[in-house]
Design a protein around this ligand. Structure first.
Ligand code: APR
Length: 241
């Protein structure tokens, strides 16, 4: 009997009901801010003060936010799935820590983490819950002005890709939750999972750009759709065991 292997991909939509903005919805973050200036290495090189101000504001907003019922449902699903003998991995495009705060453990932040800083000179990573600035120096190498948010910017390589693709090659179940499927390589994960023979689900407000890659779809607010989907998927995966 094949071991049920579930990989879940989340995007900004799962944190929308926690008050954190999405990127491409109406009034989304990229409709108000220029990603080329604020979420690219070139933008940081040109105006690091503006980039720090952008992420400092988002970091402060995150500290006031809380996980919602969808985050909690995924943490409970992970515990039940593993307890039942299955394999589980949650890959998030989000840089917030709401999955961790809800109790998720088997987690990869493929676009980095807002609550960590990185030294652009030595690569040192540190927890970061307050403002970053160009006046700060790295506590590991001592260089000045090289600290940046530990966030993957456009044009940079996402994190954990080897493990993600290795896991995708043998998944039995895949779901994309709250993502528009606009950004690669995450946009290709559903097709990769389907090639491995997995059943695939899209849970969002509407079909994303890779909507055709899913066998099933559930549309509606994540706090309403995800808890029910979690109950159904684990019953289906472990029925008859
Ligand atoms: N419940 C479920 N889904 C929602 C909700 C909600 N309450 N609100 C919005 N959504 C869905 C939207 O329908 C959309 O499909 O969430 C998705 C958000 O899409 P984007 O704003 O494009 O966010 P995301 O897919 O995470 O973006 C991917 O792009 O800018 C980069 O690095 C950034 O990680 C981000 C990546």
């Amino acid at each position: 009997m094949t071991t049920p292997r579930l990989l879940i991909l989340t995007g900004a939509g799962i944190s929308a009901e926690s008050g954190l903005g999405t990127f491409r919805d109406t009034d989304g973050i990229w409709s108000k801010f220029d990603w080329q200036k604020l979420a690219s290495p070139e933008g940081f090189a040109e105006d690091p003060v503006a980039v720090h101000a952008f992420y400092n504001a988002r970091r402060a907003g995150l500290l006031d936010a809380a996980p919602n019922a969808a985050h909690t449902a995924l943490a409970l699903l992970e515990a039940a799935w593993v307890r039942s003998g299955g394999e589980f991995l949650l890959v998030t495009q989000n840089i917030d820590d709401l999955h961790e705060r809800a109790g998720s453990e088997r987690l990869i932040h493929m676009h980095g983490e807002l609550l960590r800083s990185r030294c652009g000179a030595c690569g040192d990573l540190k927890p970061c819950r307050s403002d970053l600035s160009i006046a700060m120096s790295c506590s590991a190498c001592g260089r000045d002005g090289r600290l940046r948010p530990h966030v993957v910017w456009f044009g940079e390589m996402p994190l954990g890709m080897d493990e993600i693709f290795e896991r995708l090659s043998s998944v039995t179940h895949f779901a994309a939750i709250g993502t528009s499927g606009s950004v690669w390589p995450a946009a290709g994960f559903a097709a990769e999972a389907a090639r491995a023979g997995a059943a695939t689900w899209e849970l969002s407000m509407e079909a994303g750009e890779s909507g055709h890659d899913f066998h099933h779809a559930v549309y509606g607010p994540a706090t309403q759709t995800v808890p029910d989907w979690c109950d159904r998927i684990i019953a289906q995966a472990f029925s008859g065991r």
